[in-house]
Design a protein around this ligand. Structure first.
Ligand code: DC
Length: 222
């Protein structure tokens, strides 16, 4: 079907990006990870050594092109997949994404990307702000300890040991900042379907959301 749009929002570590990527591959859709875009701005702010608390310093965004394409995040033609996952970026991304100017610039890019056919976009404000007319909106949640356990497993797979309580603190802090900010906070859209993945594997969650996509498509086709 042409032009089907899926919005997936949810808190940090709920698995939105891995799940969206998986679904996109299975259904031949285009995936856009908007969190990666906020992370790219944060990386640039760190590299440019700006005063990160001063919103006017983010005007460097007038001269750089940030985009997400074929599962990669780009700053200009540089792929920054690894760099945006650093601790420094994770620690500052909630601050950076709280500035109206930064959000305005990225939402513009995201809405343009959203004009593509068959898209699955994940973030915090996709169903509420970026794609309010999405054909299906999912709000993906999971218990904080479970999200921390998954993060810990990811880190272990990369050869790092991380304390689970520290991860719980970091995720809880980010959830609070993201849901309490004034502009476009993390919030379930009224018409979003809640999927709780606490007791589901990644593949079970993928299957569940694919079923929801197929039934939403069925309704639209009727
Ligand atoms: O999904 P993630 O953890 O990579 O996102 C990083 C941060 O970016 C998150 O803490 C909040 C912000 N973000 C946002 O404000 N709006 C979005 N649509 C996506 C992410």
């Amino acid at each position: 079907m042409a032009g089907f749009k899926v919005a997936i929002d949810g808190p940090a570590g709920s698995g939105k990006s891995s799940i969206s990527k998986n679904i996109a591959h299975k259904l031949g859709m285009t995936h856009i990870d908007t969190g990666a875009m906020y992370r790219a701005v944060t990386l640039l702010a760190i590299e440019n050594q700006i005063d990160m608390n001063d919103e006017s310093q983010y005007h460097f965004l007038e001269d750089v092109h940030i985009t997400y394409k074929d599962d990669h995040i780009y700053i200009g033609d540089r792929i920054v997949e690894k760099e945006i996952r650093s601790k420094a970026v994770t620690d500052h991304v909630s601050l950076v994404s709280s500035f109206p100017y930064v959000r305005k610039k990225l939402v513009e890019i995201q809405q343009k990307l959203g004009e593509t056919n068959n898209i699955i976009m994940d973030g915090r404000d996709i169903g509420t702000v970026v794609l309010p007319d999405a054909d299906l909106k999912i709000f993906l949640v999971a218990d904080v300890r479970e999200r921390a356990k998954r993060r810990q497993q990811d880190k272990q797979n990369q050869g790092y040991e991380v304390d689970i309580e520290k991860l719980i603190d970091e995720i809880t802090r980010r959830d609070q900042l993201d849901s309490q900010r004034k502009i476009s906070p993390l919030k379930k859209a009224e018409d979003a379907i809640v999927v709780d993945s606490t007791h589901m594997t990644l593949q079970q969650t993928v299957k569940k959301i694919i079923e929801l996509i197929q039934s939403a498509k069925g309704v639209i086709n009727e």
